[in-house]
Design a protein around this ligand. Structure first.
Ligand code: NAD
Length: 74
């Protein structure tokens, strides 16, 4: 996967992270796990809402990647 966060530490991949569950989970997880990085892979379709994720813009521990988890071409 391209454009991985450069900060050190473990990372997790969240798929559909711009949806209802993911967009609440990601800010919560990052605030409670300061050593982790998150890759959010989302197709950014009709169900996506990135409002809850705006506070993470520019955070080197967070990367939003637009892509289809089914495609293998992220
Ligand atoms: N206000 C509310 O209470 C509310 C609002 C929305 C959903 N819900 C509930 O939340 C649950 C669903 O939440 P959710 O977060 O699982 O679903 P969601 O539909 O909210 O989000 C799914 C996310 O996955 C992404 N996605 C879809 N296909 C993809 C693919 N192939 N590759 C990458 N990304 C893809 C979408 O763009 C979206 O951002 C349901 O139980 C629903 O009833 C509640």
């Amino acid at each position: 996967m391209k454009n991985m966060p450069e900060e050190k530490g473990p990372y997790i991949l969240v798929t559909g992270g711009a949806g209802f569950i993911g967009s609440n989970f990601i800010p919560y997880f990052m605030s409670t796990h300061p050593d982790y990085r998150i890759i959010n892979l989302d197709i950014l379709g009709y169900a996506a809402n990135t409002d809850n994720l705006k506070e993470l813009a520019g955070n080197p521990r967070y990367q939003l990647v637009k892509g289809d988890v089914c495609s293998g071409n992220c």
